[in-house]
Design a protein around this ligand. Sequence first.
Ligand code: C2E
Ligand code: MG
Ligand code: MG
Ligand code: MG
Length: 283
Amino acid sequence: DAKVSGKARTSVFDDAMQSDVDARLSVRSALGDAVRGGQLRLHYQPLVSLADGRVLGAEALVRWQRPGHGLLAPDAFVPVAEETALITEVDRWVVGEAVRRAAGWCRAGGSVAVNLSPRSLEGDAVLDALSSALHRWRVPARSVVLEITETGVMSTSGAADRVLAGLLDLGAVLSVDDFGVGHSSLARLRRTRAQVLKVDRSLVADVDRDDASRSVVAAVVAMAHALGMVVVAEGVERAAQADVLRAVRCDQAQGWFFGRPAEPEGLDPVFAHPAVSRAGAWV
Ligand code: C2E
Ligand code: MG
Ligand code: MG
Ligand code: MG
């Protein structure tokens, strides 16, 4: 603050930096209470089969109903939480809540995906949360998908690798999120036990408007299939994108064209009737 520091005036740049620091500190101190105080919410976005348009599952996306600030998107607090152990609290809560809320969908053959930060795998909290939620809500482990970004999967420590192995030994499915923006080698990708690859929105953005973009996505799909993986396209906003993705044999898609992230109630009718073949989509 200009008065405290004794400076005649601060530049706009300094003020902006200071308010950014203030905002991060404020998020950091409020977020712990938010997790314990029930201020986190989950919205769910459908994943659909490109072949026939069926909804196969949903991704849980965290929001923070922060008093006085409205409903905050993850970008406003997940990066700050990732700087501290708070992200583990967030991810542990998300795993328990998503399995509880989606239990009926999963028992009907659907799947639920959660996002995990690499830092959340440094201890056993998430593993314990998943294990007890699966038992408590009688959910088959193969219907729970763990999304970890390409960069995250490639950068885990030895301890995190052991926790991840434990999660996969339970039967959960590993999905590599935001693929195409990091720099993983084919060899590294093969060594992971990932069964699903999610193509980043930036690669999908122009598939219907640009031949080179279409070729890149076609190559990624072919590579993933060669590795035995199911491919999901992120950020599909137009029918024309879906048409191209279907033509290059991408398996599944997610995006505003098919459904925005929303309260879970809208998906209950979708999974009201068992469809045993749904979960089979992952294997
Ligand atoms: P993500 O896992 O890649 O999730 C996809 C993001 O793209 C979501 O943003 C979603 O709302 C948005 N999206 C979906 N369809 C479209 C579309 O057609 N067009 C556009 N422009 N955007 C679309 P959101 O919900 O803001 O989440 C952002 C990121 O925050 C997620 O990216 C994920 O990395 C992270 N995140 C979300 N929930 C959690 C969580 O529970 N734990 C952790 N550690 N990270 C989370
Ligand atoms: Mg994700
Ligand atoms: Mg993603
Ligand atoms: Mg993302």
